[in-house]
Design a protein. Structure first.
Length: 128
């Protein structure tokens, strides 16, 4: 009887089910991975040229001397002289269709150029 108990104990210990399909474990396949090669393109060299500023011609030379002012301080009359003539103008006036009186100071006048933002300061009594 001991033998029967030993067989039952052995059968119970293995938990074997005669109706279950059991396969042998298969060792996983060793997959060799190919090394990943990333090709980077050669750097592209781009030459950038500095922008070329448009060449502006020099404005014409102001041909008059500032010889004085008279009239009211709020709206003075400015006198200019050249070799052959004397002209009088007020601030904002255009001279010879090229020059504009932009600003009047105590001892100088700022002369602008038509269609140009540049200015020239002419001092009282300065020679051309």
């Amino acid at each position: 009887m001991h033998a029967l108990i030993a067989v039952i104990a052995l059968a119970a210990a293995s938990h074997r089910n005669p109706f279950a399909y059991v396969t042998k474990p298969v060792a996983p396949k060793q997959v060799k991975k190919a090394p990943v090669v990333v090709e980077t393109p050669a750097p592209v060299v781009v030459e950038v040229q500095a922008p070329v500023a448009p060449v502006r011609p020099d404005p014409p030379r102001f041909p008059y001397r500032f010889i004085g002012m008279f009239g009211y301080a709020e709206n003075p009359i400015i006198a200019f002289a050249s070799d052959d003539r004397i002209i009088t103008v007020q601030a904002g006036a255009t001279i010879d269709s090229q020059f504009v009186i932009r600003q009047v100071g105590l001892e100088s006048v700022e002369i602008g150029f038509v269609n140009d933002e540049r200015t020239v300061r002419v001092r009282l009594g300065d020679a051309r």
